[in-house]
Design a protein around this ligand. Structure first.
Ligand code: SF4
Length: 293
C-alpha cells in the first residue's frame, strides 16, 4: 500500500469511527471502493456543487403505501445521483456519502416513488438482504414538506415493512403530533432499507449501495425540510463529521432545500432527559415550515 492509499484508508477509518463503527470485515467488496471514492472526493476540486433540483410543490395527495406491497423485480437503473450543497459555516468542508456514490445510479426525470420502489425490486445489492424479512422502503405523503430520515429498520419495522413503528416510532409519532402535524402528513424513511443484524449501525458500503434510492426518494418528494434523525443520517446526507450533540438543531443547505439534524428517537428513549432537546428541535421545524407560508 503506497502513501496515497494509506491516506485514503486513514480518512475512511476516521469516517467509520465517527459513526461509532470499530469492527470491520476484512476483504469485503465495496469497502476499498468507498475508501477510494472518498479519497477522490476529498482531494478533487469542485467537490461541492449546488444542487440543481428545483423545489416545487403540488397539492398534498394521499399517503403513499409504496414499500408495503411486494413490487415486481426490476432491473436497477444506472446513473448519477444528486449533489449535496455546501453546509454552512464550519461544516462546509465536509462531504456526504452521496458524493462518493454519485455514479451509482441516476434518477429518471419526474419519476414516482412507485417507480423507485420498482427499481429497488427484491433487492440483494448488499449483505443486509440476507438477514431481512421485509424491505422497508418508506411511508407517508409522497409530496410531504417534511421528510424524516433515520438509520435503518429495527425488528418491528422489519416484521411490518414500515418505518418507525416500534418504540422509537411511537416517540417520533408523539413528537410529530406535539408539533401539530400528523404522521400521514410527512414522509419517513431510512438510509438503508433492510435491517442490519442486531440493529448495528449500517456499514459504509451498505449505505453507499442503498443511499442512491433514498436520494431518489427525496428528489421525487421535493420536501422543504429533511430532518436527519441521528448521526448516521447526518453523516450520509450532509457529510458532517461533528457529533450530533454539537450540530443538532442547526439548519443546513441540502439539495436546494434545508436539512436539520436532531437526535434519533431511539437515543432519546435511552436518554430520556434529551427529550426536551428533541422537542426544541421539533419546534424549530414547525417554525421553519410556518415561515414558508
Ligand atoms: S439495504 Fe438497500 S441495498 Fe442493501 S439489500 Fe436492502 S434494499 Fe438492497
Amino acid at each position: 500500500m503506497d502513501e496515497r492509499q494509506r491516506r485514503k484508508v486513514a480518512t475512511m477509518l476516521e469516517f467509520y469511527e465517527d459513526l461509532g463503527i470499530e469492527e470491520f470485515y476484512i476483504g469485503r467488496a465495496g469497502i476499498a471502493k468507498v475508501a477510494s471514492d472518498r479519497g477522490r472526493a476529498i482531494s478533487g476540486d469542485g467537490a461541492r456543487r449546488s444542487a440543481s433540483a428545483e423545489v416545487k410543490h403540488g397539492p398534498r395527495p394521499q399517503t403513499s403505501n409504496v414499500g408495503f406491497e411486494k413490487p415486481p423485480a426490476a432491473q436497477s437503473k444506472q446513473a448519477a445521483a444528486l449533489q449535496t450543497t455546501a453546509a454552512p459555516g464550519p461544516m462546509a468542508q465536509s462531504m456526504s456519502l452521496f458524493e462518493t456514490s454519485s455514479q451509482a445510479m441516476a434518477p429518471r426525470e419526474d419519476e414516482t416513488l412507485e417507480q423507485i420502489r420498482e427499481d429497488l425490486g427484491d433487492c440483494h445489492r448488499c449483505r443486509l438482504a440476507s438477514g431481512r424479512h421485509t424491505i422497508v422502503f418508506g411511508q407517508g405523503n409522497p409530496h410531504a414538506d417534511l421528510v424524516f430520515v433515520g438509520e435503518g429498520p429495527g425488528a418491528d419495522e422489519d416484521a411490518q415493512g414500515l418505518p418507525f413503528v416500534g418504540r422509537a416510532g411511537r416517540l417520533l409519532n408523539r413528537m410529530i403530533e406535539l408539533a401539530g402535524m400528523k404522521r400521514e402528513d410527512v414522509y419517513i424513511c431510512n438510509i438503508v432499507k433492510c435491517r442490519p443484524p442486531n440493529n448495528r449501525t449500517p456499514l459504509p458500503d451498505e449505505i453507499e449501495t442503498c443511499s442512491p434510492f433514498l436520494l431518489r426518494q427525496i428528489r421525487t418528494i421535493k420536501p422543504r425540510l429533511v430532518c436527519c434523525l441521528g448521526a448516521p443520517a447526518v453523516k450520509t446526507l450532509l457529510g458532517v463529521k461533528e457529533g450530533i450533540t454539537k450540530i443538532r438543531g442547526q439548519f443546513y443547505d441540502f439539495q436546494g432545500t434545508k436539512a436539520l439534524p436532531t437526535f434519533h428517537p431511539a437515543y432519546v428513549l435511552r436518554n430520556p432527559r434529551e427529550e426536551k432537546i428533541l422537542r426544541e428541535d421539533f419546534q424549530k421545524i414547525v417554525e421553519f415550515l410556518a415561515s414558508l407560508h
